[in-house]
Write a protein that binds this ligand. Structure first.
Ligand SMILES: NC(=O)c1ccc[n+]([C@@H]2O[C@H](COP(=O)([O-])OP(=O)(O)OC[C@H]3O[C@@H](n4cnc5c(N)ncnc54)[C@H](OP(=O)(O)O)[C@@H]3O)[C@@H](O)[C@H]2O)c1
Length: 330
């Protein structure tokens, strides 16, 4: 058993992480951090946490207290800027779900995240944990961004088999991707029955994708009027290899990522509220190009599910322990 503290447990990513931890056979919840709920019972976040069976869940404590409680695993579910200020505890695994430790180059932070990194010299201590592409190493893990996860699952295995100058990632995410705090752009009145691109040409996941692939892609994120789920359609030009065969071979042993049979497209409805991802591969008869499409849940494989998958790998637990992969109809 490994004990767990969740820092920022009241946000969407924190709540999803809590859900995975409660379902995990080898993780034991030890501390729940939230500055806004410190001192209050867990049921104040969600009444389901007050039910029989969940009554042993600890009360909220401050994020600082949760960080330093001595747990074997700390999940950091804070905003990028808050997470960047954190000094990791001296022992134990820390998985940061924010973007605060995804780059070795501190220069990325002022230009793409809008703040100077307060611990620039420590960034090299963190590894990027995208298990199907680059497994986590060491005890400090930067969990990938949700758009970056979808784009990299689709593109990383084929990156040497496509023209690098012409990759477009047309991506769409549900509203929970924007977090729980209310903003004018995430009001129901702005989002429902609407679809629009945002941060076109300047989304912070673009340099993240580029740093893993070794070349930039044109990322166009859109906000979808659904609660959760993310789909990324990647437009590529193959150099000659059969992209489907490469992707099928890459994910042949995966229980998390499925390459769908020819002619079947990934769909949000099959991945929403799960920790799995679907990939579809299509040729373009007219241009000779190809489309590689990846669907996942922004809070599942795009956040909490992946964070728990990383912990499973680091502790030697079964890779999918605690993950939601078995549902047929959600
Ligand atoms: N949402 C996603 O799909 C997703 C996917 C991948 C990565 N991430 C990353 O994970 C981190 C956390 O994201 P998130 O979506 O969980 O953010 P969030 O819902 O905004 O929560 C983050 C923190 O903000 C505070 N907060 C939450 N709701 C609030 C409210 N109504 N009023 C005031 N404060 C509130 C909470 O802290 P206190 O209770 O301590 O005040 C919470 O821990 C971010 O760095 C994000 O980029 C998110």
């Amino acid at each position: 058993m490994a004990t767990v503290a969740i820092v920022g447990a009241s946000g969407y990513a924190g709540q999803e992480t809590l859900d995975r931890v409660l379902a995990h056979p080898s993780l034991e919840l030890y501390a729940l951090g939230s500055d806004s709920l410190a001192g209050r019972p867990a049921a104040e976040l969600d009444p389901r946490l007050g039910r029989n069976g969940w009554r042993g869940i600890p009360r909220f404590i401050t994020n600082e207290a949760a960080l330093s409680c001595g747990a074997d695993v700390v999940f950091l579910c804070l905003s990028h800027e808050e997470a960047a200020t954190v000094t990791p505890p001296p022992r134990g695994v820390v998985v940061d779900l924010s973007g605060a430790h995804r780059f070795v180059d501190p220069g990325v932070y002022p230009s793409w995240y809008g703040f100077e990194h307060p611990h620039p010299d420590d960034l090299e201590s963190w590894s990027y944990g995208l298990p199907e592409v680059t497994a986590p190493v060491g005890r400090l893990v930067a969990n990938p961004g949700c758009y970056a996860t979808a784009a990299l699952l689709a593109l990383a295995p084929i990156k040497d088999e496509i023209e690098r100058e012409v990759v477009v990632v047309d991506a769409k995410s549900g509203m929970t991707g924007a977090g729980r705090s209310l903003k004018p752009s995430s009001h129901a009145g702005a989002v429902l029955e609407n679809v629009a691109p945002y941060r076109v040409g300047e989304h912070q996941h673009a340099p993240e994708i580029a740093s893993l692939l070794g070349f930039p892609v044109a990322l166009v994120p859109h906000l979808l009027p659904v609660r959760r789920g993310l789909i990324a359609t990647c437009y590529v030009r193959p150099l000659g290899s059969d992209l489907r065969s490469i992707l099928e071979a890459h994910y042949a042993e995966s229980h998390v990522v499925t390459v769908l049979p020819e002619g079947i497209a990934p769909e949000l409805s099959r991945v929403q509220a799960t920790d799995g991802a679907e990939i579809g591969v299509f040729g373009d008869r007219l241009t000779g190009g190809a489309f590689v499409v990846c669907a996942l849940d922004n809070l599942g494989k795009g956040a909490a599910g992946q964070a728990v998958q990383n912990v499973n790998l680091l502790f030697g637990f079964p890779e999918t322990a605690g993950l939601r992969l078995s549902g047929v109809l959600v």
